[in-house]
Design a protein. Structure first.
Length: 567
């Protein structure tokens, strides 16, 4: 039985104020003057439900004549429904009265247009796993065997085997690949397609990839998430390196929107379908193609740098599928939802990098994607949902997921050791629960409570001059200092690994009475970060959290206004 972990600290503070539609208070006020104001000490925070108070928040007068006051305001939709969104308006009492069109209207169409073919492919894989429907595996099955093959003997170098490889990035479809085992270890066997472009990996290169998996990646993933399945009884996971992966995108797509480095396919081990595909634990990765004969060119150096991170990412998907599907009774078999599944795999990439420390150069290789994805999210959090299971999730959504899982681990692990952190992440993988229900079971508090604290922690955790409460802190990262340091170091490598040089999350500062922002709140994400300032002995002020017309927000998105007193 897994050890229990301590629950997240519940959001503190209560709102005693109440507001009404017909304002009769002093000029400029949004709420009745005779209602109690929000009372927060420095460092306190609260998640306000605007529905009972019709969106009115009263901030008390600043009683200090020697220090000003400052609040961080973060509107958020804490809905557990993927991609559910609504427009909002946050208005101080002296702000302009003209209604502002939501800046993020039309999010869904814009997001769909911006997702690359490679991202769509990975989303397709996770969606097929979630629904347990695979191309070519229903109805006529003539191309496939009709009975499960006998469990193979131990794989040896030189063994030949035919694999069926998913060959279409959008609709599935298979092609047969004949391959030879080039390197075999205790946990992994690496097969290479018998037909690959010239100038590929040497035996030494392939053995080095085997050793990386055996010595660093396999231990990191299994400690964090648990063991993989072994449905073919050979005690190994197989890595098939094939140009079919390269050809999943065209050369133009590769150069403009990215490429597929590798993938795991749930049908290979699904109890209902495994025998008609490859009947075993298989990863598929690209091969070097220096001349670009398959798609765009991929050098040997690039493949050696990218494939290990791909393996530790995809291995989490394999382990997750084992525990959510294979290890569950038939009625409970359900793969983890897209956003949390990807979040855990990106956390796995970080673990791969940490397995090499103090080798910071290799750490850069593994953490590059997470930091860049997170930067994309933090620079426009209002445009990207955390809870995203539509199959259209992009890199920014993956960045949000990594930030969220990293926060969960830092909050719930009893210490910062690998073993203690693994207690947390194994509980997320070793369960029949999925998505927000999985998180709520782990934390012991509501999803909305956890999501609100996380949204504030992104800004407050390492804010200079401010000591955040433990429930608003990351322990393994201080992002404001990590970004410039890693940007300088990783960018100096050959080849350079680009990472943003500054912490991307910004919060506009205005007087509390002048707050005037609007936008879209999208499932789980903080829509905007607004600092409301109050001068020495400053008078009280009101803020209205509403829809763009000034009316009440939709209760269906579970709107919250997270308020943290900074000073």
């Amino acid at each position: 039985m897994s050890a229990k972990v301590r629950p997240l600290m519940v959001l503190s503070g209560l709102l005693a104020a109440a507001c009404v539609d017909n304002v009769t208070g002093p000029p400029g006020a949004l709420c009745l003057a005779n209602y109690s104001a929000l009372a927060l000490a420095v460092g306190d925070f609260v998640a306000l439900d605007p529905i009972p108070t019709q969106g009115c928040v009263i901030f008390p007068a600043n009683g200090s004549s020697t220090d000003s006051a400052e609040y961080l305001l973060v509107p958020q939709a804490t809905t557990e429904v993927p991609n559910l969104s609504t427009t909002f308006r946050l208005t101080g009492q002296t702000a302009a009265t003209a209604l502002i069109a939501a800046r993020q209207a039309g999010y869904a169409a814009a997001a769909a247009a911006s997702v690359s073919p490679a991202e769509r492919f990975h989303s397709l894989l996770r969606e097929m796993e979630r629904t347990r429907t695979y191309p070519g595996l229903s109805g006529a099955q003539a191309p496939f065997p009709t009975a499960a093959p006998a469990a193979p003997v131990r794989v040896s170098v030189g063994d030949h085997r035919a694999f069926m490889v998913l060959a279409s990035i959008t609709k599935g479809g298979y092609t047969t690949v004949n391959a030879t085992a080039q390197s075999v270890g205790q946990h992994v066997a690496i097969f290479v397609d018998d037909v690959v472009p010239a100038g590929g990996l040497t035996t030494t290169d392939i053995d080095a990839l085997r050793d990386a998996f055996e010595q660093r990646l396999y231990p990191a993933d299994t400690v964090a998430f648990g063991r993989e399945s072994d449905i073919d009884g050979n005690g190994l996971v197989i890595v098939l390196m094939t140009g079919v992966v390269n050809k999943l995108v065209t050369a133009t797509q590769c150069q403009t929107t990215g490429y597929v480095a590798g993938f795991f396919f749930g049908a290979d081990i699904d109890p209902a379908t495994a025998y008609v595909v490859n009947d075993g634990e298989v990863f598929y990765t690209m091969v070097p193609d220096p001349s670009g004969t398959l798609s765009c060119n991929h050098s040997i150096a690039q493949v050696k740098r990218v494939v290990p991170g791909t393996l530790i990412h995809e291995f989490q998907h394999m382990i997750s599928y084992n525990h959510h599907v294979l290890q569950q009774p038939p009625a409970a078999r359900k793969a983890e939802v897209l956003w949390l599944n990807e979040a855990l795999s990106h956390y796995a990439e970080e673990l791969g990098g940490r397995a090499y420390l103090p080798d910071t150069a290799t750490f850069c290789n593994y953490i590059e994607g997470d930091l860049n994805n997170a930067a994309g999210y933090l620079s426009a959090s209002g445009s990207h949902p955390l809870v995203d299971t539509s199959g259209l999730g992009g890199l920014e959504e993956r960045g949000a997921g990594w930030l969220f899982v990293r926060y969960l681990v830092d909050q719930l692990a009893t210490d910062t050791s690998t073993a203690a952190q693994g207690v947390v992440t194994r509980q997320l993988d070793n369960t029949a629960l999925t998505g927000t229900n999985n998180v709520a079971q782990l934390t012991g508090v509501s999803w909305a409570t956890t999501a609100g604290a996380w949204a504030l922690a992104l800004w407050a955790s390492d804010l200079p001059g401010f000591t955040a409460k433990p429930s608003l802190r990351y322990k393994k990262w201080a992002f404001r200092t990590a970004y410039p340091k890693l940007s300088a170091y990783c960018g100096s490598l050959n080849p350079p690994i680009p990472i943003p040089s500054t912490f991307p999350l910004s919060a506009t500062a205005v007087p509390g009475t002048g707050v005037n922002v609007s936008g879209t709140m999208i499932a789980g994400s903080g829509a905007t970060y607004q600092r409301a300032l109050q001068g020495l002995s400053g008078a009280k002020f009101d803020v209205l959290f509403s829809d763009p017309t000034g009316g009440q927000l939709k209760a269906t998105v579970l709107p919250r206004l997270n308020v943290l007193r900074i000073r």
